[in-house]
Design a protein around this ligand. Structure first.
Ligand code: PEP
Length: 252
């Protein structure tokens, strides 16, 4: 059975005290929630990962990183390695977020190296992909999504791909308040699952969680999560408010 996952992408938000406060609030809220088959991720910025790991030791919340470098170590000023994350107790990393692609020039080639390094180090990956507005307007969204997945992931073995959580994030829906409709999300998720089945097999395709991300809020989460191939969400803005994040987790 594939897992449901609600992942908070905190981006460059929350200093140390804000991080502690938000974790405390989420923990308190989750005490009354039966998480069953649902994993909950939060992703504080690098400098607060250590504190976040400590503060979540005795609860189900998992701390994930927002990025990492593809080299193992060396002269890469300002970068963070897979080993540094693992050593802190972080076992999952988000790769390929559209903000990394757009503002930091992360290409499919760079992301392939990152994916390979993460897997070599036994890190689980939340891999983000999704089309831009012009792709959707030109009806190229299926092609774009297919090439992002093929270029970066489809060289992986069946065993390796099972360490990847996919996150479909149409760029036009991120931080804009515009959400894909539940049907639009389902359409792409089903398409991705079909690609996985073709490349690997049905069992593999059915074991991989596919999250939707893009302006998920308490008022639309339930409808989106109700779709057959939507296994949860990657949540930006709404993950910064404990009550909204909890409401979204409860919607699954
Ligand atoms: C994101 O950044 O991954 C995201 C989905 O952001 P938001 O929920 O704010 O659109």
């Amino acid at each position: 059975m594939r897992q449901n996952i609600v992942a908070g992408n905190w981006k460059m938000n929350n200093n140390l005290s804000e991080t502690k406060k938000l974790i405390k609030e989420i923990k308190k809220n989750l005490k009354s929630v039966n998480l069953k088959n649902t994993r909950v991720f939060i992703s504080p910025t690098f400098v607060n990962l250590r504190t976040a790991v400590k503060k979540t030791k005795k609860c189900e919340i998992e701390v994930v990183a927002q990025n990492m470098h593809y080299e193992e170590k060396g002269a890469f000023t300002g970068e963070i390695s897979a080993d540094m994350l693992l050593n802190l107790g972080v076992n999952t990393v988000i790769l390929g977020h559209s903000e990394r692609r757009e503002y930091f020039g992360e290409t499919d080639e760079i992301l392939t190296k990152k994916v390979n390094t993460a897997l070599k180090n036994n890190l689980e990956i939340v891999f983000c992909f999704g089309e831009k507005l012009e792709d959707r307007e030109n009806k190229n969204h299926f092609k774009v999504v297919e090439s992002q997945l093929k270029n970066v992931l489809f060289h992986l073995s069946k065993k390796e791909i099972k360490n990847i959580i996919l996150a479909y994030e149409p760029v036009w829906a991120i931080g804009t308040g515009k959400t894909a409709t539940a049907n639009e999300a389902q359409e792409i998720h089903a398409f991705v699952r079909k690609l996985l089945a073709e490349q690997y097999d049905k069992e593999t395709a059915n074991s991989i969680s596919i999250l939707y991300g893009g302006s998920v809020k308490p008022n639309n989460a339930q409808e989106i999560f109700s779709k057959e191939d939507v296994d949860g969400g990657l949540i930006g803005g709404a993950s910064l408010k404990a009550d909204d994040f909890t409401a979204i987790i409860k919607s699954i």
